[in-house]
Structure formats: C-alpha cells, structure tokens
Design a protein around this ligand. Sequence first.
Ligand code: SAH
Length: 222
Amino acid sequence: MNSFQVSGIGMTSQRTRERLVNRLKEEGIQNQTVLNIIANTPRHLFVDEAISHRAYEDTALPIGMGQTISQPFIVARMSELLLDTGVMDRVLEIGTGSGYQTAVLAQMFKEVYTVERIGPLQRIAQKRLRNLRAFNIYYRHGDGFQGWSEKAPYDAIIVTAAPESIPGALVEQLNEGGRLVIPVGSQTGEQELILLQKVDGELQQMSLEKVKFVPLLAGTIE
Ligand code: SAH
C-alpha cells in the first residue's frame, strides 16, 4: 500500500477526518483498511478552497462542470466491496472527477488506471494527485463506456457515474475473479449499486443499496 505523507498539508484536518471516520463506522463501514485510508486522505484538497470547510461532511459537493465529488460513505462502501477482490494489482476507475476516489484507490492497489471525459476536471485532478506524490496512477482523457482496453484485464473496475445498463466493454476488461462495482439506473428513476464478479468465466451479479450518481455520458469534452 502507498500511504500519503499528509503531515504538514493536512494536519489541521486530522481531527475532523477522524470524526468523519467515526461517522462512517456508525453508518456501517467495517473494513479497517478502508477506514485508515479515509483517515489518511486529505479530502479538503480535492474541492475548491471556498467550500473546503465542508470537505469532511459526509456529503457530495460540487466540483464544477456540473459534477460532484462523491459522498465519503459511498467512496468507502465501493472501496470495501473492491477490497474483497483478492488480487489487488490493477484497478480501472471510470470518472476521475475530483480525484478523491482515485487517491483512495491508489492506497489500495498497486496501479490505478483512471478515465475521465471532461478535460479540465482531469487536469486538475492529475495536478492534485501529483502534489500528493501519488505516482501509481495512470490517466486517460476518454469515454469510459469503452473502458481502457490497452491496459486490460483489471482485477477490479469501479464506475463513479451511472449508466442505464452495464457497459459490455467493462465486463470484457475484467480479469477472472475480478469485481466490477457500478451504479446502474436513470437520472429520474432509481439507481442501484451493482456488484458483478467473474467466476470461472461466468458472471455473478448482486444488487446492493439504492444510490444517486451523476450520469455516465458518452463522448468527451476537451
Ligand atoms: N469519483 C469522483 C466522482 C466524480 S462525478 C469524485 O469523487 O470526485 C463522476 C465523474 O464521471 C465526472 O467527473 C464525470 O465527468 C465523469 N464521467 C461521466 N461520464 C463519463 C464517461 N463516459 N467516461 C469517463 N468519465 C465520465
């Protein structure tokens, strides 16, 4: 695991981060590795300074371009679902956004491959993660519906925006034994968090809790 050096940059927020971790525990997050990573990840550096005082509330916040940084509970929940994968070498993330979930993944997996369709968001996230010295992350500006086939297969795939059905390319790029965690549903109706696992070439699918994500959209924005 690669742990960030948060001393100096994040010290003032250590106590508020611990309060957030306690809250996540109360809400049912049990995996200690995930809780330690959340305690070690400076979420205030992934939002605009103007709203950074709200960074340790358990809520989604705006990051510009109509997008949001995911709620810490959902980041923790999706991360603990991936942690049961077994092999933790390579993860593909669709929807870099602020880069916060990426930062969490970088502390769980050897290599993180992350795809974002909106250029300006990707550039800002990349800069933040470099400043945190997270060097095991590879970035692609592209349409996540296609995954990132050149680097496949992945031990785990996480999607942080909701399509109406599971994109076939992502299932194809999943390694044997690998796990895909993805919100599926419409913007007006309900969305469900889905866990899909490839076991002996077969797909096992499980529906988990109801969720609310921004849409997974096709195409890219420069
Ligand atoms: N995990 C991020 C979530 C950001 S919101 C965070 O916590 O900050 C979802 C992100 O998915 C947005 O940045 C959005 O631009 C991106 N996205 C939506 N559709 C996409 C697609 N087809 N390919 C790649 N990224 C996409």
